[in-house]
Design a protein. Structure first.
Length: 237
């Protein structure tokens, strides 16, 4: 199964992404993902932060600390909530660097912490990040059943501002599809549709149009999977 791990690490390390104030490409990079969501929450700029979260005073030191948290530097986290915000980036970075044991420990910690913050804006991101990492590790070790459980768990939320706009990672979905597990991948896509392809729940016209496009996209992917194919789309590579 080492070849699977190498393929997973290649997928993870090659992902370029950004959000909000960063330039968007495909999926969140470990450097930009948390910066974007912290900015969206007003934490780095100090314009309405969550209690106990990042103390964003706008100073160069404060911005530098926020960037370190965004990159997964847990040593600068001042409290549990800050650690919760940084764990996803830390787990993805560890996986990308081939530190499998560390990545598993960090992702497991995030799964444990996440239920405490179900009403937090970052909950969907945390669930997605933690289970994506744990699922990739499980599959790399040959545990297809565990990988399937984590794939479904990664989309078991109401989403987030980021997931609702740009969707989740499809790295684990692709790896499982390549293993012939199309049924669970289709079930995953149905879960994703709840927050990514839901035009009836969107009020703004452009958001409705984009969500409608996602409905078409998901149906196309499901059709390919039912035909025994892995979706030929850049999001899956």
């Amino acid at each position: 199964m080492m070849s699977v791990m190498k393929r997973i690490l290649l997928h993870v390390s090659g992902r370029k992404h950004a959000l909000g104030f960063c330039l968007w490409s495909r999926w969140f990079t470990s450097q930009c993902h948390l910066v974007a969501v912290l900015v969206l929450a007003g934490l780095l700029a100090g314009t309405g932060r969550s209690p106990g979260a990042v103390e964003g005073d706008g100073s160069p030191e404060g911005r530098e600390r926020g960037m370190k948290l965004a990159g997964g530097d847990l040593s600068v986290a001042a409290n549990e909530l800050e650690r919760y915000y940084a764990l996803g980036s830390a787990a993805r970075k560890a996986l990308r660097d081939g530190k499998i044991k560390e990545a598993k420990a960090l992702a497991t910690e995030l799964v444990r912490l996440a239920p405490r913050y179900k009403q937090d804006w970052n909950y969907g991101n945390a669930i997605a990040d933690a289970n994506e990492v744990l699922g990739q590790i499980a599959l790399a070790h040959g545990d297809v059943g565990e990988a399937k459980k984590h794939l479904l768990a990664s989309a078991d939320s109401k989403g987030s501002a980021q997931l609702n706009s740009f969707g989740p990672s499809f790295v684990l979905a692709r790896a499982l599809a390549e293993e012939g597990e199309s049924e669970v991948v289709i079930a995953f896509l149905d879960l994703v549709a709840r927050f990514w392809a839901n035009p009836d729940e969107r009020s703004e016209a452009n958001a409705k149009r984009v969500a409608s496009d996602h409905v078409v996209q998901l149906e196309s992917w499901k059709g390919q999977l039912r035909a025994g194919k892995v979706p030929d789309d850049s999001r899956w590579r």
